[in-house]
Design a protein around this ligand. Structure first.
Ligand code: LMR
Length: 347
């Protein structure tokens, strides 16, 4: 009996040694398609991490809610069942109220303003806003500005009255749709297509990459190019797991992370217009452009939401984000020169 137990212990010991000798498996899970900016960033992370740390790490990317969908993924990260996630900034409400800033309607004029805020000192501080919950943020990845869609044309806020809209799990987005007398429904991303197709909801808000890759434009008659809010991501990991990694692995993964985030952002900025064009070319949904006056009406109807969340988010943070709408002089000069060049080229 004793010999048997000694043999068993030896076997277990050698098994654990061989487990340690293999590469560290890193699961990176997300809910969108591989071709979106986030999907591309995840694949780039795999490529770079495995190149920088040959034989030491194996990165497994799970797209399209294959491994975990909304709702379950954060718990899974904290339990160690997945190592890297990049949830939309709208999905952190349970962990910090500060990130609600990104959901405030009409706060950012465009994706460049979002980027300026994310790269500012205040924006970067938010990456550590969940450290008390055991979460570490590596950086932000853009998707793009969101646009409203429905089966009826949405031109003024009155058009949304009484309609059911799918929203992400965010109290700010809930308040945003209530502000226009609509009915918001929190639904996981993996279920949105069906909810739109079956009429569980009448409309939604999404960036072009998500509309095209999930075919939402095939089950919505109209898309209003509202750009009323942003859908971006924070790449996160479990603090304990990250800090327990060997120093050389941590260094290589940090570099792969920084480079893959930059790559995802490049894809987002370059591809947004292409995804929009693909939706238009498909001729399934009709594109509605808002006049300046109509856009102002949506802004006025939705902006009162800011005051409701100001206490949780912080006035200083909202001001810093608003300031990011101001273009630095260098960029303004570049824009002017480009406009001049475009004009000259068109003659
Ligand atoms: C959504 O639920 O609409 C988005 O957060 C999905 C995503 O990750 O882009």
């Amino acid at each position: 009996m004793k010999i048997l137990s000694v043999l068993c212990s030896a076997l277990l010991f050698s098994l654990s040694l061989s487990a340690q000798a293999g590469p560290i498996v890193i699961k990176y899970s997300h809910v969108v398609a591989d071709t979106t900016p986030k999907g591309q960033a995840a694949l780039k992370f795999k490529e770079l991490a495995e190149k920088k740390l040959p034989g030491k790490v194996e990165v497994q990317v799970f797209a399209n809610s294959q491994l975990f969908g909304d709702g379950k993924e954060m718990e899974a990260l904290l339990l160690g069942d997945v190592q890297i996630l990049a949830p939309s900034l709208a999905k952190f409400g349970k962990y910090t109220k500060k990130l609600q800033i990104f959901d405030l309607p009409f706060l950012f004029d465009d994706i460049d303003a979002v980027g300026r805020f994310q790269n500012s000192a205040k924006g970067r501080e938010l990456l550590t806003s969940m450290s008390d919950k055991g979460l570490i943020g590596f950086g932000y990845i853009h998707n793009g500005m969101k646009h409203l869609s429905a089966n009826k044309p949405l031109r003024t806020p009155k058009d949304a009255s009484g309609l059911k809209f799918r929203i992400q799990a965010s109290d700010v987005l809930e308040a945003q749709f209530k502000a226009v007398d609509a009915n918001p429904q929190k639904i996981a991303f993996a279920e949105v297509y069906q909810a739109l197709q079956s009429g569980v909801v009448d409309g939604a808000e999404n960036p072009w990459a998500n509309i095209y890759t999930k075919k939402f434009h095939e089950v919505q008659k109209y898309i209003t190019e509202s750009g009323h809010g942003v859908l971006d991501y924070m790449v996160i990991a479990n603090d304990e797991w990250w800090n327990g990694l060997p120093a050389d692995v941590k260094q290589g993964l940090s570099e792969a992370m920084t480079e893959s985030i930059a790559y995802g952002n490049k894809v987002a900025l370059e591809e947004d217009a292409n995804f929009r064009q693909k939706v238009i070319d498909d001729k399934k949904a009709k594109l509605i452009k808002l006049t300046k006056k109509q856009r102002q009406q949506w802004r006025e109807a939705m902006k009162p939401v800011w005051a409701k969340f100001e206490g949780d988010i912080g006035k200083d943070l909202i001001e810093a984000a608003s300031d990011a709408n101001k273009k630095p002089a260098k960029e303004k000069k570049h824009d002017k020169e480009k406009a001049k060049q475009d004009k000259a080229n068109s003659h």
